[in-house]
Design a protein around this ligand. Structure first.
Ligand code: AMP
Length: 209
């Protein structure tokens, strides 16, 4: 499981590691955004919370992850990205959520808060393939166009300044207690994620062995 504040680089790294290791990448944020763009009842309910930078209620998220983890591609191994984010979610995962697979590593992506704000406000996502870019740190060759697929880049609605502050506050109050929870279980590893994506990736592979 990849744990860290918004903008710490969990999504970028989870995509890459999951592809390299051929395991399921379970990102609750991505799943919710798909529900929002498909206009499902779950998406409509979630959107209000997401746009305000708040967490979607635990029971909604836990039900969604339970269904996802039962899919054939996720039966034996997965990387959880952005879940759990609260103690009740972590307890649900411990109890019965994960079926036959168990949580073996929790990797904490440590990044100073001042860096997170710059990363989030400059982040752009490809509307077609989901690739993540940054206007300064990882710009595309043509501004606004994805280098990988030619799709249009968009700014996530919750990466706007009003929502960023709230998300960081929610992280501090509701998600950071999970550090102690997993430290006590001796499965927490920390990575200095305030470095280039390639350096972080190489170290991640070592930590996950
Ligand atoms: P992310 O892409 O992981 O930053 O998630 C975007 C937004 O989706 C969050 O700010 C929350 O509103 C919602 N979300 C994603 N994962 C969870 C979760 N595990 N629990 C509650 N809300 C979540």
């Amino acid at each position: 499981m990849f744990l860290g504040a918004p903008g710490a680089g969990k999504g970028t790294q989870a995509k890459r590691v999951a592809e390299a290791a051929s395991v399921a990448h379970i990102s609750t944020g991505d799943m919710l955004r798909q529900e929002v763009s498909a206009g499902t009842p779950l998406g409509l309910e979630a959107k209000t919370f997401m746009d305000a930078g708040k967490l979607v209620p635990d029971e909604v998220i836990i039900g969604m992850v339970r269904a996802r983890i039962q899919q054939p591609d996720a039966r034996s191994a997965w990387i959880l990205d952005g879940f759990p984010r609260t103690l009740p979610q972590a307890e649900a995962l411990d109890r019965n959520l994960s079926g036959s697979a168990a949580l073996s590593h929790v990797i904490y992506f440590a990044v100073p808060e001042s860096v997170l704000i710059g990363r989030l406000s400059g982040r752009r996502t490809c509307s077609k393939c989901g690739a993540i870019w940054h206007v300064e740190h990882q710009p595309t060759k043509t501004p606004g166009i994805c280098d990988q697929c030619g799709g249009a880049l968009v700014q996530r609605s919750d990466d706007r300044p009003e929502a960023i502050g709230k998300r960081l506050e929610v992280y501090r109050s509701q998600t950071s207690p999970l550090l102690a929870y997993y430290r006590d279980r001796r499965i927490l590893r920390e990575i200095d994620a305030n470095r280039s994506p390639d350096v972080v990736y190489k170290e991640l592979l070592k930590l996950m062995q």
